[in-house]
Design a protein around this ligand. Structure first.
Ligand code: NAP
Length: 516
């Protein structure tokens, strides 16, 4: 049995008391355990602030970028081992595991290179020239963005123990803030091993990266006004942290990445001969089965013009059927189990609720046919439902975080599709598949206020699309409303969360001297 260790105040430490087990979701067997009881989180945050913070702030963007690249390389050197752990503790197929682990190293590498581009500066000065503020031209003002003097606490969801760590840490470190990472307890094995690798590699200076490998205990109680909390998880936990955890009272800056009822819309112009139609089918089916549908960006609602429903349903089912489900360690298997027993309970209950407003057209929420698995494990087979119309109540309200999607027939107008999608009250990403400029234009203007990102599938780029589920470091990740109202990544934009913007006004030559 592996015992996970946190890394706090510059040292590895296992908690006391009865540890929590971590399971192999394919078999239901316990494979690791962890406890954070008795760890001094107040001391851990203080250590990060006083040791890691000054070290990072003394580095230029280029030096921080080099550090981030070294972190990426150190993790990548253990890729195969980490992919194995993602299968063992997360039920990931090799493809799923690569999505998580390579997603982490890829995002780190991207931000490492951005650091090199930002060069020898340590902070940002807005604009080339200061703004004149009075009749006397020597009285001017300029905005600076400097790293906060606190610690960045990162709380992650169970579905991306690798990427969740990498994508948040990359941005915070480049901005110049030390990181305390808290992965979800149930799948923390991958993150815990990444930290061992990093400490063994010796690339990370003291206090720059810390790990809470399990329950948060009183971690958040020790956060103060220079600290920031970036949370990813369910809307319920996000709301609790925002309203009841006392963080606002203490002035902690918070970013919330929560859940989302992402939509895919098939345009009325497409027929099944077009490349964009096939792209819609491929990307929608992939989002159902990749990571067993446990992606915050996965398509949940599929809007199809009423006249095309029969053919689209047939094509979607044919594509989904190609996915073999079962033991994720087998090379022929394309979809594994859900990550936890709780997930199995939640997804099963969610499917039952959806089925009150939509009929099953593929699968029925059961285990389905499995390869290499007789019994046990947290399996739900791909499940496609279909509603009578866009007026499908709970389908617009409940995120079922598994391999589950619902087809919603619409009248083919952008107006109806946009109105129905907005019933999801804010999302991370929605997709529009169409070659009709006017339709796409109307959809973009109708959907943009409700989303952090829009993915436009077009016949001319059908071979180059990574799909809506791939979060790229260049593009903003987050969304309004139920998606949490947060924003991450987006290239240089992501750094702002970790920086304080300060307007500095005074004598022009003095400002020029100080700010450079
Ligand atoms: P969750 O139950 O809300 O847990 C998320 C994280 O919050 C875990 O690390 C959990 O730790 C921690 N946590 C729970 N209660 C806490 C508290 N009182 N104080 C501090 N930390 C606390 O969500 P989940 O089941 O892991 O993730 C699934 C959800 O995440 C889905 O709804 C999905 O849509 C969403 N998600 C969103 C994104 C995005 O980028 N928007 C990405 C991935 C997932 P423990 O595990 O130790 O309890």
């Amino acid at each position: 049995m592996i015992t996970l260790r946190s890394h706090v105040s510059g040292a590895f430490a296992a908690g006391q008391g009865t540890p929590r087990p971590l399971f192999n979701p394919t078999t239901g067997e316990a494979v690791a355990q962890t406890s954070t009881e008795g760890l001094d989180f107040g001391g851990a945050l203080a250590f990060a602030r006083t040791q890691g913070g000054p070290t990072l702030r003394a580095m230029t963007f280029a030096e921080r970028g080099a550090l981030i690249l070294a972190i990426s390389k150190a993790i990548h050197a253990h890729r195969d081992e980490l992919l194995g752990l993602a299968t063992l503790n997360g039920g990931n197929t090799r493809g799923d595991a690569k999505f998580d682990v390579d997603g982490a190293t890829g995002t780190l590498a991207w931000y490492g290179k951005l650091g090199a581009k930002l060069g020898d500066r340590r902070y940002f000065v807005d604009g080339e020239e200061p703004t004149r503020l009075a009749a006397n031209p020597r009285f001017v003002g300029q905005h600076v963005r400097v790293p906060r003097h606190g610690v960045a606490v990162h709380i992650n969801a169970f579905n991306f123990p690798g990427w969740g760590f990498g994508e948040k840490a990359a941005v915070a470190l480049l901005a110049g803030m030390p990181v305390v990472c808290k992965p979800a307890t149930s799948t923390a094995l991958v993150t815990a091993r990444m930290f061992e690798i990093l400490v063994e590699s010796g690339v990370v200076p003291e206090g720059v990266l810390s790990l809470v490998a399990g329950p948060p205990g009183d971690l958040l109680k020790h956060m103060g006004p220079q600290d920031v909390l970036a949370f990813t998880g369910s809307s319920d936990t996000g709301s609790y942290l925002r309203t009841k955890a006392g963080l606002l009272e203490r002035g902690v800056r918070i970013n919330v990445e929560a859940d989302s009822l992402n939509a895919a819309v098939l345009g009325p112009d497409l027929d099944s001969d077009s490349d964009a139609w096939h792209l819609f089918v491929r990307e929608t089916a992939k989002d159902m089965t990749q990571k067993a549908g446990q992606k915050c960006t996965a398509i949940r609602r599929i809007f199809v013009p009423r006249d095309s429903v029969a053919e689209a349903r047939e094509h979607l089912i044919a594509e989904i059927q190609r996915t073999r489900v079962g033991d994720p360690a087998l090379s022929e298997v394309r979809m594994g189990p859900l990550a936890t027993e709780q997930q199995l309970r939640d997804v099963s209950a969610g499917i039952a609720k959806l089925s009150e407003r939509a009929r099953f057209v593929y699968g029925d929420g059961g285990r389905g046919e499995l390869v290499g698995v007789d019994e046990g494990g947290y399996f739900v087979g791909p499940t496609l439902l279909e509603a009578e119309s866009v007026d499908a109540g709970v389908v617009h309200e409940l995120e079922v975080f598994g391999p589950v999607q619902t087809i919603l027939p619409y009248d083919g107008t952008a107006a109806q599709a946009c109105e129905a999608i907005a019933r999801g009250t804010g999302g991370l990403v929605s997709s529009v598949y169409s070659d009709d400029k006017a339709f796409v234009g109307d959809m973009v203007m109708g959907l943009a206020p409700y989303h952090g990102r829009l993915h436009l599938g077009h016949s001319k780029i059908a071979e180059h699309s990574p799909g809506p589920g791939t979060v790229m470091p260049q593009m903003v990740h987050g969304g309004p409303g139920r998606a949490g109202g947060g924003e991450e990544l987006g290239g240089e934009r992501g750094l702002d969360f970790y920086l304080q913007r300060c307007a500095v006004q005074g004598l022009k030559p003095l400002l020029a001297k100080i700010l450079g």
